[in-house]
Design a protein around this ligand. Structure first.
Ligand code: ZN
Length: 489
């Protein structure tokens, strides 16, 4: 069963049968976050895509080593080697040590990943902890003649590399087009070609995060850490490298060039990329004002949100699209996911109360093979979820006594739902923020009803006591003709 998974390889642009280099071991690397700000929906989609892959490979009995890095140095604002370091910028604005910024946002990232039920990776290496490995790789690339030093900085020589190795293969870009679309270098630039990228940057006096090297006191280029850390933990060749489509170029293209130049061959067998999230049809961006963080989703704390959305609704929303399709956020779409998830979870509860009968009028084995096919067809979670909803219809029919099921079929149906919903899709029955919201709404309704009854019985002392006690809790009660409204101050 574990040998017919097909996944889409960005490098070859087709679905390929997944054949690990060294079964049952699988090496999986996914680019992690740059920790200078709060995680948003795009982070959630990338993390959940590779979490489902990780969970599914484990379900297929592979022994997966999942490495997901933390970028905590040298991620510059513009094209990876121009502009200000994003972490340093944050540190400067908030008068913090850069590592305080890193720690703060790393902790928050972990919290949000826990909320989304994203499993922690096997290894979570930090770029700042692998400076020596990165310097070693620079040395190898220089020895091979594919990098040059200028004033203490080292750049990768893209045109020279391209003479012997194709550059742009992964992203399907042609070097001629890249050159004509890139701004010509001004006289100030140290680079020989605008396509060249930094492997090591000499730190200017204001740059706090810096390490000694044989070239200068400086810091590594952003692309370098993933080349150095993936091969350190997964070997010179490994199975899967993943990330969002936004990382395809230049980040992953540069990674391939670094590995080929430094180690003599490409390291990655399958490249997997998840597509982007749009907000009401628009690209998401801080400058567009539609940049909603996960925290804001969980609290409903953004002008574009009609309500808070729990992490499980968000997870389910993401899984209802195929990872290679774009996914558009709207309140309506997320509300529909919230309802869909509730229906699935309600069926899970109902499943426990179904009594078996002498014969089955449902084809559980058929449903199981459809679910299996969906996941093995490039992790087609929307099709899988559609099949699970067919199962929900059965469960309704079974609870209403319209359908029958034998005890062994019933056990299989329970196992199927349990495996796909909880183990593979990683959903849980508890969507904390919404659950709490539901409970507090229910409690308030109960209390206000009791106060109304007290008033109807002319027990004004009790009615006032309830109103004052709620007021002490920061809840304002507003009387209406037919009842009362409440709001949290
Ligand atoms: Zn990376």
């Amino acid at each position: 069963m574990a040998n017919d998974l097909f996944i889409y390889n960005t490098l070859t642009r087709r679905k390929e049968k997944f054949e690990p280099l060294n079964p049952p071991f699988v090496g999986l690397y996914a680019c992690g976050p740059t920790v200078y700000g709060d995680a948003h929906l795009g982070h959630a989609r990338q993390a959940i895509t590779f979490d489902v892959l990780y969970r599914y490979l484990r379900y297929l009995d592979y022994r997966v080593r999942y490495v997901r890095n933390i970028t905590d140095v040298g991620h510059l604002e513009n094209d990876s080697d121009e502009g200000e370091d994003k972490i340093l910028k944050r540190a400067r604005i908030e008068s913090l040590e850069p590592m305080e910024v890193v720690q703060h946002f790393m902790n928050r990232y972990h919290e949000h990943m826990r909320d989304l039920n994203v499993l922690p990776p096997s290894i979570e290496p930090r770029a700042s902890g692998h400076i020596i490995e990165q310097q070693e790789l620079i040395g190898k690339i220089m020895e091979a003649g594919f990098a040059y030093e200028v004033n203490g900085s080292v750049y990768f020589d893209v045109p020279h590399y391209h003479e012997s190795h194709p550059y742009g293969q992964l992203s399907g870009r042609k070097i001629e087009d890249l050159l004509s679309n890139t701004r010509a270098l001004d006289g100030q630039s140290e680079k020989r070609s605008p396509l060249d990228f930094a492997l090591w940057k000499k730190a200017d006096p204001a740059h706090i995060m810096r390490w000694p090297s044989r070239w200068s006191e400086g810091y590594p280029g952003w692309h370098l850490e993933c080349s150095a850390m993936s091969t350190k933990y997964l070997g010179m060749q490994f199975d899967i490298h993943g990330g969002g489509m936004d990382l395809l170029f230049p980040h992953h293209e540069c990674e391939i060039a670094q590995n080929v130049a430094g180690y003599g061959k490409p390291s990655v067998r399958y490249w997997i990329h998840n597509n982007m999230i749009t907000i009401n049809g628009q690209k998401m961006g801080r400058s567009l004002g539609n940049f909603i963080t996960l925290e804001q989703f969980f609290k409903g704390d953004h002008e574009m949100l009609d309500q808070p959305f729990g992490p499980m609704s968000i997870r389910f929303f993401i899984l209802q699209a195929h990872y290679r399709s774009t996914l558009d956020f709207s309140n309506e779409a997320l509300q529909a996911s919230e309802k869909g998830l509730m229906r699935l979870m309600k069926s899970m509860d109902e499943l426990e109360h179904i009594k078996p009968s002498a014969s089955s009028s449902v084809e559980v084995n058929d449903l199981a093979s459809k679910c299996d096919e969906a996941m093995k067809d490039d992790l087609n979670t929307p099709v899988l979820i559609a099949h699970l909803f067919d199962g929900v219809k059965w469960i309704n029919g079974l609870s209403e006594g319209r359908l029958g099921i034998t005890s062994s079929d019933l056990e299989n149906l329970k196992t199927l739902f349990h495996n796909y919903l909880f183990n593979i899709l990683g959903l849980t029955g508890q969507d904390t923020p919404n659950r709490e919201k539901g409970i507090s709404n229910g409690l308030m309704e109960l209390i206000l009803q009791m106060r109304n009854e007290a008033k109807a019985n002319r027990d004004f002392a009790t009615a006032d006591r309830i109103r004052d006690a709620l007021s002490d809790l920061g809840i304002t009660v507003k009387d209406r003709k037919d009842g009362a409204d409440w709001e949290i101050r």
